[in-house]
Structures are given as C-alpha cells and as structure tokens.
Design a protein around this ligand. Structure first.
Ligand SMILES: Cc1ncc(COP(=O)(O)O)c(C=O)c1O
Length: 299
C-alpha cells in the first residue's frame, strides 16, 4: 500500500475513510454498545498510549466485553497501522463494539468484537483559544451517575454528553459542563475541569460522576513541579464563577483556559498559574516522547 495521510482500519483491514463500512447490525450502531479511546501523536509518538490502552481494557472489563488481543499486542497493532501513514502528528481513535448479531440485548452474540481505528492528520483547535480563552456553559443536565452508566466506562454511548453539548452550543459555548444531583459540576462533554482559587488547583473528586481523564491525572502529578497544590473538591456554578482561573483538560486539546462561564468573564492573560502549568505540561509531553522514543515499538 502506498503511503497515505488518513485511513480507517476495520479489524486490521485498512481502507480509505470513505470506503470504511460496518454492518447496520453492529451493536455500537444499534445500542452504543462499544468502547473507545482517543489520543494524538507528537512526532510519531502516540501520547500516553499505554494509559489509553489500560483504560480501554478497564472499560471492556466493566461492560463484560472480551477483547481479542492483550495490551502489548494491541499497542503493537496500533503502531503497525500508524506505520502506513507518513505524517508526524496524527489524531487516533480506536473504537471497539461488541460486534454484530441479531437485534437484541444478549451478550452472547455469534460474532466477535469489531475494532475500528481511525487515523488522520491532527488538526489543533484555533490557537486563539489558548491565548484568549474559550467560552464554557454549565448546563442543568445531570452527568450519568455511576450506578446508571459509570462515566469511567469510556463507552460509545455519548448521548448524555451530546445533549449537554448541544445545549451549550446554543449559547455559543466551546464546551458544556454537566452537574450531579447536588448541582456540583462534574465534567465537560469531552474534558475535565479545574479551577484555581488562592493559588490552589481544585478539581471535582475522583469519586464524582466523571471520567478519570488521563490529562487530569498528569496535571495532578505535575502541579507540584510548579510549586502548586491540587485538591479534589466539589463546587457549584457560583463557586466556579468566583474562581481566579478556570481551564479544561483533554488529551487532544491539552489545557484550554476558560474566559467565560454562564456570563461571568475572565481576562485569561492574567491566568498566571494556568500558564505555568501549561509550560510544565509541554515539558511533560517532551519527556514522555523522549522516553517512548527509546523503547518504542515503531522502529
Ligand atoms: C467525558 C470526558 N471527560 C473527560 C475527558 C478527558 O479525558 P482525557 O484527558 O483522558 O482525554 C474526555 C475525553 O474524551 C471525555 O470524553
């Protein structure tokens, strides 16, 4: 196959995105009965791929889905597909559905999982979001509770998030945040949230209805490198609006300062701790890539 810029691989079979097809009986399509992960690469290193694969396996375990490969095999498989592309910075999504079978809820379906890998050139968000900030909207929508559908299962069932996102989109928001039954903020549709108050980073607790974001975890690890403390603490919209700085985190967008939450605005050029943290995060990315380069299955 000639080197290409984008592809979709279905169960290892590579095709052009427009030719990639999956059955209408696929359980991901029918019920959102699927799990997924997203990351990006920096110079051909897929950032924190091991952590994403770990989380994928945890998601599979929680929904009783049996995967075909072990973690090391899956990492090798993803890189073997990346090898077909001649681009340094790629967006990568892996989505695994329970497979296809007769319409119905049974977990005992005749065919095995369908694994789809999407890879295409990484397109960053507009750079002005990093310098001027992004607008956010706290919706009244409850995040799925752990007992209903644990947000730690990164499932293909994102209707909860899609509906919150659409609500915020109508307010011209870049990201919408969902709440819990105490009206405490949980997380964004595809991000985690932090605020800064009196020099301390505060983020909703891990036992809230949130996805334990990989970027969130890195931030908790590196905050001490800039001499800052992080605490996990619940907060509502009013408390958030009283924060000194606010930002969201995700694997593809990294750290995005928030300049407005439900009408309360901030001048993000004054977000001194967010700026320091962003520099520390960039250094962390470099360190990760340097160390991955040495042990990397790519070669
Ligand atoms: C609901 C939700 N929360 C948080 C995140 C951020 O997670 P990560 O930092 O692992 O990308 C995502 C990412 O897609 C998400 O979908």
């Amino acid at each position: 196959m000639t080197q290409t810029k984008e592809l979709v691989a279905i169960n290892g079979h590579i095709s052009k995105p427009e030719d990639a097809k999956i059955s209408v009986f696929d359980r991901g399509f029918l019920f959102g009965d699927a799990i997924y992960e997203v990351t990006r690469s920096y110079g051909r290193i897929l950032f924190e791929l091991e952590a994403h694969v770990d989380r994928l396996f945890k998601s599979a375990e929680q929904i009783d889905m049996r995967l075909q490969m072990n973690k090391a095999e899956l990492i090798g498989h993803i890189y073997s597909i990346y090898k077909k592309l001649d681009i340094d910075n790629v967006f990568m999504r892996i989505q695994i559905s329970r497979g296809q079978g007769p319409i119905g809820m049974s977990g005992k379906i005749p065919q095995s999982v369908n694994e789809v890998i999407y890879m295409y050139p990484f397109v960053p968000i507009d750079s002005s979001y990093y310098t001027k900030g992004a607008k956010a909207f706290v919706t009244s929508r409850l995040r799925n509770s752990k007992r209903a559908l644990d947000p730690n299962i990164k499932s293909g069932n994102y209707l909860n998030n899609v509906m919150a996102f659409i609500e915020g989109e109508k307010q011209d928001a870049f990201e919408s945040f969902m709440v819990n039954d105490k009206n405490h903020i949980t997380e964004g549709c595809t991000s985690n949230i932090f605020m800064v108050k009196n020099g301390v980073f505060i983020t909703p607790p891990s036992d809230y209805d949130i996805l334990q974001g990989i970027t969130r975890k890195i931030i908790m690890k590196i905050a001490p490198r800039i001499g800052a403390k992080v605490t996990e603490e619940g907060f509502d919209l009013k408390t958030l609006q009283n924060a000194d700085e606010v930002f969201l985190t995700s694997s593809t967008r990294e750290i995005v300062p928030i300049n407005n939450v439900n009408g309360r605005s901030w001048d993000v050029s004054r977000f001194s701790l967010t700026k320091k943290l962003t520099e520390a995060y960039k250094r962390y990315i470099e360190e990760y890539c340097e160390s991955a380069q040495k042990t990397h299955p790519w070669k």
